[in-house]
Design a binder for this molecule. Structure first.
Ligand code: FES
Ligand code: FE2
Length: 453
């Protein structure tokens, strides 16, 4: 293979009209600078990120399907803050999870249904729209202390395509201006009709950006995840950069990597993918090059049989992974059947740790013999009926988070990257064009950090 074959200018569908979601986006020149490594270790930098990024940006707090009934709530914990996100009579609202009397944390259970929040300290209570409901022994307060009827402090909150965003900055531009993704990009997936069937949060020993970076490129797949070579076109990836740090990579699935010599054999992994798409591998007569097309066709036919409208999806969306990044800390693996929402959450105090938080969302299926596609990595026996929202599974850094093979390979690797980067012999990352999403992310991060060059 000569070098020019390696330049990642892949376009998944050259015939896609420019306004289609599939179209290759115009290139953005983010320069070629080395961004250094100060941001991965220092408490001071971490604090500045808190002040300039986390508290100023729109952040994905969760999904609206987790709070369908009035009174349903979940907690979104980020850094040292905890935020209550709840459905009120007037829609979804968010509040800091703190009592206005003496600052006790108001709610501890991660989710539930409450129309009234009662403080565990002196039992002040608040309506779920944030209004003060009752002050215990109110007559014992001097009237001017409580004259402003201290309710809960609101946090800005917007729901977009079934995803709940919050922003702690009252001055920030509205979400619609800051999201960066094209209109109707997320809407097509009907996330509102999906249900969280698994939610895992595990602690990894690396800075949160090392996590983002590892999931924003397909360059490491052939090394760290060699089992993907038979089924992922890791060099045929389309990278797209959007405004405000958002980005996307389309990884074609159902085809062998161009790195492998055998482009003919329908290997075991491809057979599994055919099967997942409702195509019988035993009677499949094509070669490896035909599998991706057969998956698309199989899924479209199956959708028709099931009465599902797939007309809004282009063929590539049926077979490929559209890994979509929302600044600062989210990647969503978008598929017609499922969305894999991953968040890289900073540790409360340690710049060299983060929480890898993943939610798997599926359309609820009540049929008892339904098996979710293997690529989702759901443990056997996962309840996919959507009837019960599973509790978040928490894992410490040294515990096996049962994330499946691919993610365990990443969680083993990331601490090695973090450790190596500490060395005096390393002065900052050198990104190739397969890593253009990383550069795009860092350019946006530095802009928000106010770092000038
Ligand atoms: S701190 Fe909440 S009632 Fe006192
Ligand atoms: Fe990986």
């Amino acid at each position: 293979m000569n070098a020019s074959n390696l330049i990642p200018v892949a376009v998944i569908n050259p015939d896609a009209p420019p306004e289609s979601l599939e179209a290759k986006q115009p290139a953005i020149d983010n320069g070629a600078r080395n961004h250094g490594k100060a941001g991965y270790f220092s408490h001071d930098y971490m604090q500045k990120e808190w002040e300039r990024v986390w508290t100023k940006s729109w952040l994905i707090a969760g999904v609206a399907s987790d709070i369908r009934a009035v009174g349903d709530y979940f907690l979104f914990d980020i850094g040292q803050e905890s935020i209550i996100v709840t459905r009120t009579d007037e829609g979804v609202r968010a509040f800091y999870n703190v009592c206005s009397h003496r600052g006790a944390k108001l709610v501890s259970e991660e989710r539930g249904n409450k129309k009234v929040f009662v403080c565990p300290f002196h039992a002040w209570s608040f309506h779920n729209n944030g209004d003060l409901r009752r002050i215990t022994d109110e007559e014992t307060f001097q009237p001017e202390v409580i004259a402003h009827r201290p309710g809960l402090t609101a946090v800005r909150c917007e729901v977009k395509a079934g995803v709940v965003f919050i922003c702690m900055d009252d001055e920030a531009a509205p979400l619609a201006q800051m999201l960066g993704l094209p209109d109707n990009y997320l809407e097509g997936y009907n996330i509102d009709d999906m249900r969280v069937v698994r939610h895992v949060r595990s602690e990894w020993q690396a800075n949160w950006k090392v996590g983002v970076e590892a999931f924003y490129e397909s360059y490491h797949l052939h090394v760290v995840h060699p089992e993907t070579r038979g089924v992922m076109g890791d060099l045929n990836v389309q990278y797209d950069l959007y405004p405000h740090g958002a980005s996307r990579m389309i990884v074609p699935l159902g085809q062998p990597s161009p790195r492998v010599a055998d482009q003919e054999t329908v290997n075991e992994g491809l057979c599994m993918m055919l099967e997942d798409a409702g195509v019988d591998p035993a009677s499949f007569t094509g070669s490896a090059a035909d599998v991706r097309g057969a998956i698309q066709k199989g899924k479209r036919e199956r959708a028709e049989r099931m009465g599902l409208d797939y007309s809004r999806f282009v063929d590539g969306q049926l077979s490929d992974s559209w890994a979509t990044g929302v600044f600062p800390n989210v990647q969503m693996g978008c598929h017609p059947e499922a969305v894999f929402l991953m968040r890289f959450l900073p540790h409360e105090t340690d710049p060299e740790r983060f929480y890898y938080d993943t939610m798997t969302l599926l359309f609820p299926v009540e049929s008892p013999d339904y098996r979710p596609p293997a690529w989702m990595g759901l443990p056997d026996g996962t309840d996919v009926t959507g009837l019960t929202r599973p509790a978040t599974e928490y894992y410490a850094h040294n515990e096996d988070a049962k994330l499946g093979q691919v993610l365990s390979q990443d969680s083993d690797l990331l601490p090695i990257v973090q450790q190596g980067m500490r060395s005096r012999g390393f002065s900052g990352q050198l990104w190739g064009e397969q890593e253009q999403r990383l550069r795009h992310f860092h350019v946006e991060l530095e802009k928000r950090m106010g770092i000038e060059h």
